[in-house]
Structure formats: structure tokens, C-alpha cells
Design a protein around this ligand. Sequence first.
Ligand code: XMP
Length: 514
Amino acid sequence: MTSEDAAEKILVLDFGGQYDQLIARRVRDQHVYAEIKDYRRITAKEIKNSGYAGIIFTGGPASVYAPGSPSFDPTIFDLGIPILGICYGVQLMAYLSGATVASAEEGEYGSTEVTVTPNALFAGVPETSRCFMSHKDRIVSLPVGFEVIAHTDSCPIAALANDEKKLYGVQFHPEVEHTEYGGKILNNFLYGICGCTSRWQMDDFISESVAKYSEELRGRKVLLALSGGVDSSVTAALLSRAVGSGLNMVFVDHGMMRKDEGDYVESVFKDHYGAHFIRVNAADRFLGKLKGVTDPEKKRKIIGEEFIRVFEEEALKLGRIDVLAQGTIYPDVVESGKGGADTIKSHHNVGGLPENIAFGSIVEPLRDLFKDEVRKVGSMLGLPDELVRRQPFPGPGLAVRVSGEITEDKLKILKEADAIFRQEVDKAGVDYPDQYFAVLTDTKSVGVKGDSRAYGATVALRAVSTDDFMTAEWTRLPYEVLAAASRRIADEIPEVTRVVYDITSKPPATVEWE
Ligand code: XMP
């Protein structure tokens, strides 16, 4: 079954939240097809005629009572289609139904204990569990016809229901992995309340993509920006099924790769793709452009633009190429600020694209997927486990792990520190964090090296555990691993006098420092 002829579809009505695609993806996880629509691009009448089995109102950064904030035609509540409101979505549902929503004295952020009362939405959910909260406003009064079905210590209305009209809402985020029973709650909504029965599968994504791109790119030459990471490698495998030898891969070594990374990527891909793999050594060029630049967003934009320029030049050399393929995945899109969502940072392959790009078109086949979905697609396409399981490495590379200006000397220190940390984690064979690396901070500190005073650099170590990189917990690495890494880094790198461990989760931090 394809997405087109799915018997049941869920509409995710997008009010600009950071987790909107994550909601769609969690629905797909439950084997029900979900599509996202901007709240400004669809009417209640169109929704009625589209035959949706259910609707999910997403979160969003605005306050429902602020002038001009995202809203919707309240007749949507009379269509007889079950609705689940999440965060801003439940506030909007309550507000449009006559309740008061106001700023709370204190917001609720992160993992919170929630107590639920029996309701179809919470079937099989224990009376108390952990949920993920991220809100400043709260519902103060209950709209007519609704009852409260959950509360937390500081949020008396953490969920509400109008069983008769099949309207439900939760202040917390069931789509986020830190909500213990989030999957169960969505499952209850989809199957118990909306009555879905579909069995939509991930394989559908591969066959649909191959069919789409073999048609769309027929007879055209495609240039793929290959970083050697999971996303661009899976893009390569997917597109090579669609366009075969029309695919050319360009790997740009910008000098800010991990230690020995450039050679590793070359050894893996050269074998497989031969002449269709091109390595461009461009370290001097990138470092020249970054000279004197300290602002993280500027660094990202410069690197993004320079990447494109290099690709354009390579394309010219190859001749007749007019399509650029990129391994962009959904968190890159959302964190670069789409729709009403706030910009967190410009991932180089989205926000950093220059306006006057010289390719006829850009294809990003993985644009709607999350990292773990991309890995699944990679395995289904037959990529080796080692490659599919690689920890992610950002496009701008070590540039976003060096605070302040990037210099060759700083990069050298960071490459060494990072290699040591990764070796120690790998050696320990611990339950691997999903990403682990070193950062060179711009804080200097006093130390003792040999018998003398030293005033040197501070290296921060970062390890996070996550499924989707939208949220992440800092990994509780064993002290022995941290101790071994710290000792070796300070001993083996003369410029380093201090090593610290980053114990911030996302949010409020991001995974990368810049
Ligand atoms: P943040 O720092 O945004 O990172 O919490 C989430 C995940 O995205 C990776 N990341 C990037 N990947 N281009 C990329 O391809 C980028 O500009 C970029 N910035 C961050 C980061 O390593 C983490 O896995």
C-alpha cells in the first residue's frame, strides 16, 4: 500500500512547533500514514472533504491569546473527526472552546511526573509516569463539555477530554521519547479513538522514492554531496538505485574532518564507486574564508556557501550536471527554522544555501526522515552495518566544535583530543552513546605540567544518548572512561590543561556547541 491509497490518513495540523515532523513520524511508527499541513494552507471544509481519520494539532512557539497568533476555524470541532491537541494545540483547542489560557508563573520544562485518570486516551497508562513538558502558558479554566484527565504538580490541567465529541488534548509531548507512555497514548488515539487499522510500512518509502526519482531524474546527471556520514551514504545508495551510473559523488575535505576521516571515506567509497567518487582537498580555501570569524551562525553560512561553490566547480568539470543531491534529513530542516518555528541554528545544507545557486534543482530524498528512520532505510538498502551505525558528524565539521576563530593549531589540538576520547569510549565497549566527541572551548585555565605553571586550553567532552537528535540526554559514561580520556588528553596534548564533561541535555542545550 502506498501513502496515496492508504485507507486512513491522519492530518498533522502544523502550528509551527519544533516537534511537528516528529509527531508525523511517531504516527508512521504506528503504521498509520500521516501528512503535515500548514494551518494556513487548509480549511475546515477541505479537511472535512479529505476523509481524515483523525487530526493532531501540533505545538508552536506563540501564545494563543497574543494578537495574530496561529489559530483555526472553530467549526473543525464539529466535523465529528477525533482531534488530539498537543501543547500549543491543546491550548488552542481549549481557548477556541471558551477556556482561559494565560502565562503561568513558572514554565514547566523537561521530564515531569504526570498523574492521569482513566480515559480512552490513557488506556494501559499507569496512574503516574514521566512525561516531557515544554510550556510557559497554561490552560486556567476548563471549557464546557471537557473534563480534566491529567495533572502535574504545577499544571492542574495537563490533559483534557471531551469524549462525546472525541476531542482530546495533552499539555505534554507524547511524541518525544522522554514521555514514557507517549507511544501508547498515540496508539490509543489512533486505534482506540480514531479507529485506524492501516498497516503502512517503511518499505513503501523506498519503493516510492526510487520510482519518483527514476522518473524525475531520467537522463539527467546528478551530483551528490557525500560526507561519508550515514545521511549522505544512504542518499547515495537510494539514488544509485534510481539513476545508476548517472550519479557522481563529490567528497569535500574541508580540513575540519575528524582525525584520518578523509582517508577513511576515500577508502570506503573509492572501492565501491570508482571513478564516480571524487575527493576534493580544500582545507586552505575553507580556512582562508573563516579567518577572523567567531560568530557560530557566520561560520555555518560561510561553510555552507563554500561547499556549494566547490560543488559548482566540480560540476563544471564533469559537464552536463544540473541536479545537486544532498543528505538533508528532517532535524536539519526543522532546526534551520521552517514555517513558524524559531531558528535554532542553520545546518549548512539547508539554511546556509546561497540564493544564487548554479544547479537547476536540488533533491533531498531523506528530507522528511529522522536519523533512526534513515538508518532503517540504509539497512533495507543493504548498506553495511558499520556504515549505517556510524555516529553523525555535522557538515561544518570541527568548525562547530571550536569556540571562536578557527585556526590550524586549534584544529590540531581538537583532532587529537577527539580521537583519544573516541578511542577510550570504543575501548570500554560501554553501551554506546549515540554521539560522542570533544570540543575545544575558548576558556583558558591554569594547570601544572611537569613542575611548571601552564596556562592552556580547556577541552570539553560531550556524549549524548538519543533516538532522533531532536531531544537528547547527556550520557552517564562510566567514571573510569572519563578518567582515562581526561588523563590521556592532558598528558598527550601539551596545550591542554583542563578537561571537562558536558552534562547538559537537549533542550535546553543543543548537541553541538555552535
Ligand atoms: P544540534 O547541535 O542541532 O545537533 O542539536 C543535532 C544533530 O545534528 C548534527 N548537526 C548537523 N548536521 N549539518 C549537519 O549535517 C549541520 O550543520 C549540523 N549541525 C548539527 C549534530 O551533530 C547532531 O547529530
